[in-house]
Design a protein around this ligand. Structure first.
Ligand SMILES: [Zn+2]
Ligand SMILES: [Zn+2]
Ligand SMILES: [Zn+2]
Length: 164
């Protein structure tokens, strides 16, 4: 992969996740203040749930959490919160899993690439500065206008490979 930062492989191994989580949460709060965005209770709750680990969560799982917490039981609450978090770079959608992860890269506007473990659903993120050059060059050569590139590699993390 070209033009990408290193993948945050902590996602696949024991680490001080409290530090990841607190840093990501603080970054989101700072961004909200700077940009005049409101981290409503539902948005904050969904963000916190996503930041509990590096595992991707589906909208249904998040809705169950909201229900348990008494914050709402209607799916639109979750979808609106996710739309907000994704649009502002606080979370990402992992297409391969149809699920979401909290961003641990400090929530500015960025493109991301993912390593997705199909067994434990943990996801490692790298910031992708530009889409793979070979792909865009080929597309442009045929007159195809690329609007969005998704870079997700699916496989098994080291721990799941050891368990298999
Ligand atoms: Zn972590
Ligand atoms: Zn990110
Ligand atoms: Zn795994």
């Amino acid at each position: 992969m070209n033009h990408a930062s290193a993948f945050d492989m902590d996602a696949f191994r024991p680490h001080d996740h409290g530090r990841c989580r607190r840093a990501a949460r603080a970054a989101a709060e700072r961004e909200c203040q700077a940009r005049g965005l409101r981290l409503t209770p539902a948005r904050a709750f969904v963000l916190d749930a996503l930041l509990e680990s590096h595992r991707a969560m589906t909208a249904y799982e998040l809705l169950d959490r909201l229900r348990e917490a008494g914050l709402g039981k209607q799916p639109p609450i979750v979808y609106r919160a996710l739309d907000f978090l994704v649009a502002n770079g606080f979370a990402h959608r992992v297409e391969r899993l149809g699920a979401f992860v909290g961003c641990v890269h400090g929530a500015d506007d960025h493109r991301a690439a993912f390593l997705v473990c199909r067994s434990c659903r943990q996801v490692a993120e790298a910031v992708l500065e530009a889409p793979p050059a070979a792909l865009t060059a080929q597309a442009e050569a045929t007159g195809f206008a690329v609007e969005r590139v998704t870079v997700e590699a699916e496989g098994l993390c080291e721990r799941c490979r050891a368990d298999a």
